[in-house]
Design a protein around this ligand. Structure first.
Ligand SMILES: CC(C)(COP(=O)(O)OP(=O)(O)OC[C@H]1O[C@@H](n2cnc3c(N)ncnc32)[C@H](O)[C@@H]1OP(=O)(O)O)[C@@H](O)C(=O)NCCC(=O)NCCS
Length: 166
């Protein structure tokens, strides 16, 4: 997705508003989810978003999104946001984010989605890491018990052990 930052998208300093960028990210991610699921999809969860660099008025926002993994009815969508300065002809990374979308059937209820079949090493890595992030998401939203969140438990134990050794 490519968008120019107009005055209406910016604050008094001419920086793009975070909420405006999140709106565009949500739309871009929805397109990836709906293309994969071939049905209407809704945003179920948004992982933390860090704004690494301001985006200024008259710059161009480039958002690239793709499906890392499809679960039963949900999908993890990854996004990379770049800002382009058309005069300087430069691009910089502004953020990277993960959104979870759920496909809905004609009855408005969660509907199964096709699986993703990773091929390259990079796709395999994304596929595996998406499962770990999903586990953390479901645990921290209270949808998964700690005893069923193996990776979260392992990560917490490793963090505690490393703190004790410091
Ligand atoms: C997202 C929504 C469809 C889930 O409905 P639900 O009744 O909880 O349905 P389920 O329990 O069957 O969960 C459906 C899927 O959502 C996933 N999910 C639900 N909450 C989640 C969360 N916080 N994080 C990650 N995944 C989540 C479940 O893991 C499940 O995925 P799976 O089928 O791949 O295993 C429902 O909560 C909803 O409609 N929310 C509003 C969505 C919306 O309007 N978004 C725009 C915001 S303005």
């Amino acid at each position: 997705m490519t968008e120019i930052v107009l005055p209406n998208d910016a604050n008094g300093l001419g920086n793009m508003m975070g909420g405006r960028l999140m709106y565009l990210m949500d739309k871009c991610a929805a397109v990836s989810a709906q293309r994969h699921a071939n049905s209407v999809c809704v945003t179920a969860a948004v992982d933390s978003i860090e704004f690494l660099s301001p985006i200024y008025q008259n710059e161009v926002v480039l958002i690239e999104s793709w499906v890392n993994r499809a679960f039963r009815t949900s999908m993890e969508i990854e996004m990379v946001v770049m800002a382009e300065n058309p005069q300087a002809q430069t691009r910089r990374l502004c953020n990277r984010a993960f959104f979870t979308f759920v496909a809905l059937g004609p009855d408005g209820k969660p509907h199964p989605v096709p699986r993703i079949h990773p091929e390259t090493d990079e796709e395999h890595t994304r596929h595996e890491q998406a499962a770990k992030r999903r586990e953390a998401r479901l645990f921290f939203s209270g949808r998964l018990k700690l005893e069923d969140a193996r990776h979260v438990k392992d990560d917490l134990l490793a963090a505690i052990a490393s703190e004790r050794n410091e």
